[in-house]
Design a protein around this ligand. Structure first.
Ligand code: TYD
Ligand code: MG
Length: 455
């Protein structure tokens, strides 16, 4: 294939330059030019040239709306986050830390799709065919009919997609794929973006579902999946602690389904198994209540989950630390200020650590009340009572705001044997609940008063 000349495109304004420059000639932003291959031969890029005269414009009401056709992957937890299954021509990006189980899950999914009569292709750039085979044996897929291609060059992968015509293809991983049209190294932003764009186009034109695997780097994933999120139809992220058995797959973007839905898996000897009733897996098992622990009910997608929030408040140095795992650190700073101002709980000279048990990440503000109660419990060295849960958002004025679908959260907690709860007033049930004493509060200081009255 003849080499096209590279051009450099600005990330900010879309302006181009024939060579790399530190400063964009169009918008003067620094370090925004990245390499991409040329589209137009003429040298003059007219952005509308290819569109002239061909496009048909139609009124929305006249376009027939057809629902997308989904093929279930055979793994119900994965189907849940995909919105029912894979879609023809859909591009899915699945990101996560190395070793979390992306390759394992996708190999399992391809195998069941193959069994269901779909043609599948697994393109591996990280492992050899033999390694993939070894993994499939380990997963008990000895007779698997999934086709495997060990290749990292984009043009060859596109060729294989054309000749094999699979229904579903997995590219594991997009960071290893490179195009010889670009001079930059595999894994660089330019390569990852360009290769993903070509694969996306191939998926749309051939009606193949393509799953791109992307590694997230700890440093904020510059060359990772983040730069691809806008290109693809569905973005899934693996979460969880690689040391624990449980993994969450969260949909953060889905053109074909709901977002924020989660799938829960357990890593076993024979690969990932769906956990269909996951509400209690993020609770640690304390024989007796311990100080600094408060259970909250979080609502992930359509399912409530009980998660233990732990806090440790310990005397710190001249500049005390605030660290959080699984919760937002800025929010922690805010909650500490609210605790001080409105409830008189001071942690100024203390280190404060908070953790959501089991590697789960909680983004919703309904965790606020549980975080504050865990902090005050740790500070006082007094445990919260056995069977206690709390949830509710806390505002800067110290008010406790309702969480969406509070009744459902309370019912789930009651079902799992919890007996006492502190919740926002608007979430309190109208009638008393069986086996659950609910304390409704409007302000943080009320919540802390209730807890203090228990000793
Ligand atoms: P992997 O799918 O290779 O992760 P990724 O593709 O996200 O980098 O997962 C590998 C981890 O999973 C590895 O630490 C071993 C473990 N594992 C099991 O516990 N059971 C299994 O059946 C398999 C295949 C892997
Ligand atoms: Mg892998």
């Amino acid at each position: 294939m003849a080499k096209d000349k590279s051009i450099f495109t600005c990330n900010e304004c879309g302006g181009t330059s024939p060579k790399w420059l530190g400063k964009c000639p169009s918008c003067a932003a620094w370090n925004t030019l990245v390499e991409s291959s040329t589209v137009a031969e003429s040298g003059v890029r007219n952005r509308f040239a290819s569109l002239a005269g061909t496009a048909q414009v139609a009124v929305l009401a006249d376009i027939e709306a057809s629902d997308v056709d989904r093929t279930p992957t055979g793994h119900s937890e994965l189907d849940r986050v995909l919105g029912g299954g894979i879609v023809q021509g859909g591009v899915v990006l699945i990101g996560g830390d190395p070793g979390i189980g992306k390759s394992t899950l996708l190999l399992q999914a391809l195998d069941s799709l193959q069994r269901a009569g779909k043609k599948t292709l697994y393109v591996t750039g990280e492992e050899s065919g033999a390694q993939v085979a070894l993994r499939s044996r380990r997963l008990g897929l000895d007779a698997s009919q999934v086709s495997v291609l060990a290749e990292i060059q984009l043009e060859k992968i596109l060729g294989a997609l054309g000749s094999q015509q699979p229904d579903v293809a997995v590219i594991d991983s997009i960071q290893t794929v490179y195009s010889d049209q670009l001079t930059s190294a595999p894994g660089s932003v330019a390569q990852v973006r360009e290769c993903a764009a070509h694969l996306t186009r191939a998926a749309k034109s051939a009606g193949v579902c393509i799953v791109l695997v992307g590694h997230v780097t700890k440093e904020g994933a510059l060359a990772g999946p983040r730069v691809l999120e806008h290109m693809v139809d569905t973005v899934l992220y693996f979460e969880g602690d690689t040391h624990s058995q449980f993994r969450l797959v969260r949909a953060i973007k889905n053109r074909f389904g709901a977002v924020n839905e989660i799938g829960v898996f357990a890593m076993t000897e024979k690969g990932l198994k769906g956990v269909s009733n996951p509400s209690a897996i993020f609770l640690s098992q304390h024989a007796e209540p311990v100080p600094g622990s408060c259970v909250m009910v979080t609502l992930e997608g359509t399912r409530p989950l009980l998660v233990e929030i732990q806090a440790l408040v310990d005397s710190g140095g001249p500049s005390p630390r605030r660290l959080s795992v699984g919760l937002d650190r800025d929010r922690l700073a805010m909650l500490l200020a609210v605790l001080h101002r409105h409830a008189g709980v001071a942690c100024m000279d203390q280190d404060v650590f908070i953790n959501a048990v089991g590697g789960v990440r909680i983004g919703e503000p309904a965790a606020d009340l549980a975080v504050m109660l865990a902090i005050s419990s740790s500070l006082r060295g007094k445990p919260l009572p056995k069977g206690f849960v709390a949830f509710g958002e806390v505002g800067l004025a110290g008010e406790v705001r309702p969480a969406p679908r509070g009744q459902e959260r309370l019912r789930e907690a009651a079902k799992l044997g919890f007996t006492q709860a502190i919740v926002p007033k608007a979430n309190a049930p109208k009638k008393p609940m069986d086996g659950m004493t609910v304390h409704a509060v409007e302000r943080v200081e009320e919540a802390l008063q209730i807890v203090r009255s228990w000793g």
